[in-house]
Design a protein. Structure first.
Length: 157
């Protein structure tokens, strides 16, 4: 075996090693990619100064019903926007879970949506949580309910 042959085999082995490392990296990145669009995420400041959101939110206190494979969960919606809501509940669902959500507004018209959990404070220690719950993104909502939420947000802002 000559020096040239050793260099060729060494080069091929190095190349294949790099290709394998890149494949592992992209596989890991793809499977750990969050559904949250970080370019549009909410910026919350701990000092209470400013909130920058893509869409304005309105504080509410609506009774909500969450349909899960284990049954119905009763909870409270604490704020809402056209894009989603904060749902206060003792046992938040898993991030990524999609579920039917029915919210009963102040005018008692049920607002029905399909929602997805985008974040949860389930792992935050009890002493650091004001309201245990989860942030949900609305995936599907009727035009009537979109108008209703838009009106509520506009009235409260």
């Amino acid at each position: 075996m000559g020096v040239n042959t050793i260099l060729i085999y060494g080069g091929i082995i190095c190349f294949l090693g790099i290709v394998i490392l890149l494949m592992v990296y992209y596989f890991w990145k793809f499977h750990n990619h969050s559904e949250v669009d970080y370019s549009k995420r909410t910026e919350l400041h701990q000092n209470g100064a400013t909130e920058k959101r893509e869409q304005p939110r309105a504080d509410i206190n609506w009774v909500v019903s969450i349909e899960t494979s284990d049954g119905k969960i009763e909870a409270q919606a604490k704020n809402i926007s056209l894009g989603g809501a904060f749902i206060c509940c003792k046992r938040p669902l898993l991030v990524g879970e999609v579920f039917p959500l029915t919210m009963l507004g102040s005018d008692h018209e049920p607002v029905m949506v399909t929602a997805k959990v985008v974040w949860s404070n389930v792992n935050v220690p009890e002493e650091k949580v004001i309201n245990r719950g989860m942030g949900v993104r609305f995936l599907k909502m009727s035009d009537r309910h979109i108008q209703l939420v838009r009106q509520i947000v506009e009235e409260k802002n």
